[in-house]
Design a protein around this ligand. Structure first.
Ligand code: SF4
Length: 534
């Protein structure tokens, strides 16, 4: 047993010890069996988790970045208020399109609504939203009390859809469902497949793709789009970063789904494969080498010499521009170590970018990932669903009689899946070094202890633990909000990330944490001869 590991968890009471032990793994390449990371289970009460709720995963993450939908939070004001502009998913309006990203809509339930029901208030909120904003789509997201008092938001949505002739869809994403944000992703994916995707018929271009699970934090999606468009791809829909419901309606017309964040969007990827025949490809546009690999994998899928040549030309052109800029930052970063604790995908993606600038990851973990995100999709048949996740609906879809297509012959599919991650994600652990730590649902106590024991140079996490880390003297870089910087994706993003890391490491204030009287003798004096003295 690893001594560091023991030292941290031996302080827990027996039941907590037993539980947390399964969530902390030290990578052991000599292990005969694949290592299992307990995940996607209930958080221990009172342990100070970093996790959020189902509503945050549905409204805050998957639906929130869509520019053209009025998203009404049905509940008391807190849920809508705290998800108002706090995720940096950017959006740029084209022509006279509606851009609602700056708004937060809430029914602001009061005590009397809890007692007598909030449906009337929701009906009124929809009416006002239609009159003021004239949207083509309204989404309703429920919060904790809504499920408890029994408001039928789906009936209200169906009635409003008929009355106003626009799309009105309800999502039952009460915060207590599931164990984290993850249940909310699933609920949002189900609603988008059931009500939105497949309802448009836009004509698409030659190399047509959808970008799934890219959230355009700090402009990441724009940098990825810039590169893909330069090569010649037609991006039919980006779901959801800088995306619109109008574009998403025609997502089924594209040839391939490209998945950045596996955790939050794999359900849509899988359901679109069954319903429309589209394959999905796992990519990673975080990191220079991983961006190059993703672009080459994409070119392999389309198997067109012209596209392949264009891909190589763009890669060469981009590298020529960024590599000289990267050098001075790499000098500062190389040889450093990092600990990463992020939501459900970045703790893996960013290991590649850190490696590109010479930083080694010694600890990585997720708030709400599932075992397949850690260990690879091959473990999915062995994952046991527990009672806490049973209230998250899992839907079955069938081949669409009108739009289902076969894109690859069986022979080509078999060949390709050995070369590129087609409908497959290998998970985080396989890419990690022997002896590194993998920790699921890291809590406040463990954060402090592991920072103290492992002493990484950089701690990449979120806003709640950023200042815990800074107070411990470890430079922290937020990988949710990027500390209001970015983009970090693609080629140009890699340079900005390297610059930000180098700036953080070089900040002179790290040398000023300890006052000089704690490290140096401060008393100064000299002896003077006193005449006649002894
Ligand atoms: S847990 Fe419930 S009350 Fe809290 S933010 Fe989520 S939906 Fe709102």
């Amino acid at each position: 047993m690893n001594q560091n590991f023991d030292k941290v968890i031996e302080k827990y009471p027996a039941a907590v010890f037993k539980n947390r032990k399964k969530h902390i793994v030290v990578k052991d390449e000599t292990s005969a069996e694949p290592q299992e990371v307990a995940s996607n289970v209930r958080t221990i009460p009172g342990i100070i988790t970093n996790r959020g709720c189902c509503y945050a995963g549905c409204k805050g993450v998957v639906l929130g970045p869509l520019r053209d939908a009025v998203i009404i939070t049905h509940g008391p004001i807190g849920c809508g208020y705290y998800t108002w502009g706090t995720r940096r998913n950017k959006g740029r309006t084209k022509d006279d399109e509606l851009n609602l990203l700056a708004y937060s809509f809430s029914t602001d339930l009061q005590e009397s609504d809890i007692v007598f029901g909030g449906e009337k208030k929701l009906v009124q909120a929809i009416k006002e939203a239609v009159e003021i904003f004239k949207p083509k789509t309204i989404f309703i997201c429920s919060t904790c009390p809504v499920g408890l008092i029994g408001d039928d938001i789906h009936a209200v949505a169906a009635k409003a859809e008929k009355e106003y002739g626009i799309k009105v869809t309800a999502f039952s994403c009460e915060g207590y469902k599931g164990v984290s944000q993850s249940g909310g992703h699933h609920i949002a994916n189900n609603g988008l497949i059931k009500h939105i995707i497949g309802t448009g018929d836009k004509v698409v271009g030659k190399y047509s793709i959808n970008m799934l699970g890219e959230y355009n934090i700090g402009g990441d999606g724009w940098e990825i789009e810039r590169i893909l468009k330069k090569i010649g791809y037609d991006i039919v829909a980006t779901i959801p970063g800088n995306g619109t419901v109008e574009e998403m309606k025609s997502a089924h017309m594209a040839t391939l789904n490209v998945i950045q964040c596996h955790r939050s969007i794999n359900y849509i990827g899988e359901m679109m494969k069954t319903k429309y025949g589209q394959d999905w490809l796992k990519v990673n546009f975080i990191g220079i080498n991983s961006t190059i690999k993703s672009l080459r994998d994409l070119a392999k899928y389309f198997d067109d010499p012209e596209l392949t040549a264009r891909t190589e030309a763009v890669i060469a052109e981009e590298l020529e521009e960024i590599m000289p800029q990267l050098e001075e930052f790499k000098e500062v970063c190389k040889g450093k170590t990092a600990a990463l604790f992020v939501g459900g995908s970045r703790a893996h993606h960013y290991q590649h970018l850190l490696k590109d600038i010479g930083v080694e990851t010694i600890l990585a973990g997720y708030e709400f990932a599932h075992r397949d995100d850690y260990e690879g999709r091959e473990v999915i048949p062995n994952i046991k669903e527990d009672g806490d996740s049973k209230n998250i609906e899992s839907i079955e879809v069938e081949a669409d009689p009108k739009y289902y297509k076969v894109f690859l012959s069986e022979e080509r599919y078999e060949k390709l899946k050995d070369e590129i991650p087609l409908n497959y994600y290998s998970g985080m652990i396989k890419d990690m070094k022997n002896g590194s730590y993998i920790i699921d649902d890291l809590n406040h106590y463990e954060t402090e202890e592991f920072l103290n024991i492992l002493k990484p140079d950089i701690f990449c996490s979120g806003i709640k633990d950023k200042y815990v880390s800074h107070k411990a003297g470890v430079f922290s870089k937020q990988l949710h909000s990027y500390d209001y910087s970015g983009p970090y994706a693609g080629f140009k993003g890699a340079v900005i990330f390297a610059r930000d890391i180098a700036m953080g490491l070089k900040t002179p204030s790290w040398k000023l944490i300890n006052p000089p009287w704690k490290t140096q003798p401060m008393l100064e004096g000299s002896y003077a001869e006193i005449e006649g003295g002894t």
